[in-house]
Design a binder for this molecule. Structure first.
Ligand SMILES: O=C(O)CCC(=O)C(=O)O
Length: 391
């Protein structure tokens, strides 16, 4: 039964499972499934009602709409009393709110689950995490987003025909994107900004980039959970990266995720440290699959053998047919995805890779001598589609 709850938990695409843990419900279900005892199931779904009665319009001291309801839902979820079905339409709203506040989704979920604070304490925690009270302009934008999410029809992406001024992806880049489902934006950020971000990551890890002996501390995995840093924030706001996302989504109204980074270290002693080298998807494979885009910024020069990003070009155009040809008992994620023809996507420090989330993707093993350093950045519209079923 607990496995059913886990499998039925919807999931917002981002980076691979443990990487982004980008859907709070997923995290909460995992934690919850292993701890809470007193809840009932029917066909794999938790039977409970969202009883808090707190509306999205109720704000606390910070003045942020929906935040109190978000808090109340998480606490009910911890207790196994949240009717997931009744709040399914709000997944995108919760996600955008947490990302838009600059918190990401993992930390708030973990905090609420572990501390079960009252609402005032939750707001104080947010202020402490953000290093201050969210400014008026952000609160105003968030509140408008909440109203639009709840009151206006959600759009279907990509939006065709909206005029995006001063594009950074050329017509040839866009044609490549359409055909292959990925594209590289060269020189997305300056060498200096790249360097600052890379140094912040080394510093956070307590490793010396010049000294390979310092790279193999076993307490560090591929993923680097440094979320908020001036240099990382600057890259999230990089105008060229924003513009590229605007071009592929077809809209300028986008929010940025607060994601982790990664350090793909060269293999040593035959030990593969390359993280998600197995090809995978981070999105539900339930059809129809809504449009979605992921992205990563190379912070170090990355050759194919240096653990580069890999993906299967053009698979976004044939995924539905491919899924349809599988027998019902065949799990798409367990198929031989290597046989689909992945390519390595190389880049210099400062290059940014965008890929359609329908492409199977992963990282290469690093057989070179220097780690590949990457920052994950995704910009998305608040109302982009999230399939309610995780498959
Ligand atoms: O870092 C990479 O090259 C791959 C990242 C990945 O697999 C993911 O974001 O899900």
């Amino acid at each position: 039964m607990e496995l059913d709850v886990f499998l039925n938990t919807p999931f917002i695409d981002s980076n691979y499972l443990v990487n982004q843990l980008c859907y709070f419900g997923f995290i909460m279900s995992m934690l919850h499934a292993t701890t809470a005892k007193n809840y009932d199931y029917l066909g794999g779904y938790v039977i409970a009602k969202f009883e808090s009665g707190i509306s999205s319009m109720e704000a606390g001291e910070l003045g942020v709409l929906h935040l109190r309801r978000y808090w109340a839902k998480r606490l009910l979820e911890v207790e196994g009393r949240l009717d997931q079905e009744s709040v399914r339409d709000e997944y995108g709203l919760d996600f955008t709110l947490m990302q838009g506040l600059g918190l990401g989704i993992v930390e708030p979920s973990e905090y609420l689950f572990q501390q079960r604070p009252d609402y005032d304490a939750f707001e104080r925690w947010i202020v402490q995490k953000l290093g201050g009270v969210p400014d008026y302009a952000l609160v105003d934008r968030l509140n408008k987003m909440v109203m639009r999410y709840l009151e206006q029809p959600h759009r279907s992406y990509p939006i065709e025909g909206e005029d995006i001024q001063e594009p950074v992806l050329s017509a040839a880049d866009m044609a490549f994107w359409q055909e292959n489902g990925y594209v590289v934006l060269r020189n997305a950020v300056s060498a200096e900004d790249c360097r600052e971000a890379e140094l912040a990551i080394w510093d956070f890890l307590g490793m010396d980039r010049q000294n390979p002996d310092s790279w193999y501390d076993r307490s560090h995995s591929f993923w680097v959970s440094l979320l908020r840093h001036q240099a990382l924030d600057k890259n999230r706001a990089a105008p060229r990266i924003r513009k590229a996302f605007e071009q592929v989504w077809g809209t300028g109204d986008l929010w940025a995720t607060v994601d982790r980074s990664s350090l793909n270290r060269p293999e040593r002693g035959g030990i593969d440290m390359s993280g998600p080298s197995r090809l995978h998807w981070d999105v539900s494979l339930a059809l129809p699959m809504p449009f979605g885009v992921q992205g990563l910024l190379y912070l170090s020069d990355t050759s194919a053998e240096q653990g580069a990003f890999r993906c299967v070009p053009g698979f976004h155009r044939r995924i539905e047919q491919w899924l349809g040809e599988l027998a019902p008992e065949q799990n798409p994620r367990e198929q031989d995805l290597e046989s689909l023809g992945p390519v390595s996507v190389t880049g210099s420090a400062g290059d940014f890779v965008l890929w359609h989330h329908a492409l199977p993707h992963g990282s290469n093993r690093n057989l070179a001598h220097y780690p590949r350093v990457v920052q994950y950045i995704k910009l998305f519209p608040h109302d982009y589609g999230i399939h309610p079923t995780w498959k």
